[in-house]
Ligand binder design. Structure first.
Ligand SMILES: [Cu+2]
Length: 195
């Protein structure tokens, strides 16, 4: 009995291991960066992970985002469970936290910000809207709706960082001039600090 009490006290004092729970912020295995988990919920009930389309981004689907800063580069890994099976989702890092509307997440995070972009007319110039200046994750799910995506960009976050990721309707992101960066409707959003 005494041993059990000591064990419990130790856990309380230093924390015990185990799987991360939704909303937990943790150090990644590398000891830097962050790993966050969110479970999609309808906007009325959502806190950090919102779905705007219950069919294409079902409530209960789990998103895990890991951000690993390196030497002048950052690796971002997304793992998703229980989305719609056998489909693609274009996913990007956006500038603002999620909200009740998909547009609340703002435009794409750009390392070098397109000087021609405005709130009404986001960047569609491939010189800025590209997967080296923005964070694009192209996710494809299996028959269970699970999938992973990873990207490494040649920059690290200093005075600015993205605040969310958005899952879009199209399976891939447009790259042509005038449409670069676009990927259709916003299906879901996960508020996640990138540092
Ligand atoms: Cu986007």
């Amino acid at each position: 009995m005494r041993i059990v009490i000591v064990g419990a006290a130790l856990c309380a004092a230093v924390g015990c291991g185990g799987d991360p729970r939704p909303g937990d912020a943790q150090l990644s295995e590398e000891g830097v960066g962050s790993r966050e988990i969110g479970v999609l919920a309808p906007v009325e009930a959502a806190d950090v992970a919102f779905t705007y389309d219950a069919e294409a981004a079902p409530p209960g689907a789990e998103l895990e985002l890991e951000v690993v800063p390196g030497d002048g580069a950052t690796t971002v890994r997304l793992s998703a469970d229980l989305l719609q099976p056998d489909r693609g989702y274009a996913v990007h890092a956006h500038t603002d936290p999620c909200g009740k509307k998909g547009t609340d997440a703002g435009p794409h995070y750009q390392h070098e910000v397109d000087p021609a972009a405005t709130p009404e007319r986001p960047s569609v110039d491939p010189a800025y809207a590209n997967p080296r200046n923005e964070i694009w994750l192209e996710l494809t799910t299996d028959g269970q709706g699970n999938g992973t995506a990873e990207t490494t960009v040649p920059f690290v976050f200093r005075d600015r960082a993205p605040a969310s990721i958005v899952l879009h309707e199209q399976p891939t992101t447009a790259t042509e001039h005038g449409r670069a960066g676009s990927a259709g409707a916003r299906l879901a959003c996960f508020t996640v600090p990138f540092r």
